[in-house]
Design a protein around this ligand. Structure first.
Ligand code: HEM
Length: 180
């Protein structure tokens, strides 16, 4: 409770709940961190896949993916605490021409959020499954084996899902918190 009230500072004029972000838009601090983190995740994921595909650096790929998963977990937990208990994204979106308080799910910003969630939720499940199965089936240190075929197929789908999660997340952010 103390943490929540500590975090529920206001920015004076607009009096948004939660801490304001740093991107110069109306996003909260955690929203802005996630927007930036998704860019880092995509770049690091691309490096990791390039390393395994063209340089056969399996152990490096494994370490990068596990680190990425840990960082993502921390960011998602922080983000969920912010969105569920501290900041009200609807309040921050009211100045957007693409947001309508009375039709919050069917207005363009709301639909943008629904489309984003349609990628984000299945990708989270697939991501956890790919890591768990890779952890279970590949040897230590990591190297190709009979799990390779399954891993390549599912991991490519997971990477595509993560890319779409980021892109749709950025579109939603723009519709709700940047557009005026
Ligand atoms: C969600 C996390 C992960 C993603 C998105 C991912 C992605 C990929 C992709 C796309 C490839 C295929 C590259 C290609 O040839 O086109 C690959 C290969 C591989 N990954 Fe992962 N990976 C993940 C986690 C892991 C983990 C945790 C391990 C080890 C425990 C691992 C071990 C390997 C190995 C050994 C290969 C080579 C398979 C082969 O070509 O025979 N990966 N990964």
């Amino acid at each position: 409770m103390f943490m929540v009230s500590l975090l529920a500072q206001t920015n004076g004029v607009d009096s948004f709940s939660g801490i304001d972000g740093f991107l110069g838009a109306r996003g909260s601090l955690m929203l802005d961190i996630v927007v930036l983190a998704m860019l880092v995740v995509l770049v690091v994921m691309a490096v990791s896949i390039w390393q395994v595909k063209y340089r056969q650096r399996y152990e490096l790929h494994k370490r990068i993916q596990l680190t990425l998963a840990f960082v993502l977990l921390v960011v998602i937990v922080g983000f969920e605490i912010d969105v569920q208990y501290v900041s009200q994204w609807e309040h921050r979106a009211t100045a957007s021409p693409y947001f309508d308080q009375d039709n919050s799910w069917s207005c363009p910003a709301g639909m943008g959020l629904v489309i984003h969630l349609m990628f984000a939720v299945p990708t989270l499940v697939l991501w956890v499954a790919v890591i768990y199965q890779a952890w279970q089936h590949f040897p230590n240190p990591a190297a190709p084996n009979e799990h390779s075929f399954t891993h390549r197929r599912r991991a490519r789908l997971a990477a595509f899902g993560m890319t779409m999660t980021a892109v749709t997340g950025w579109v939603f952010y723009w519709l709700a918190f940047v557009a005026t």
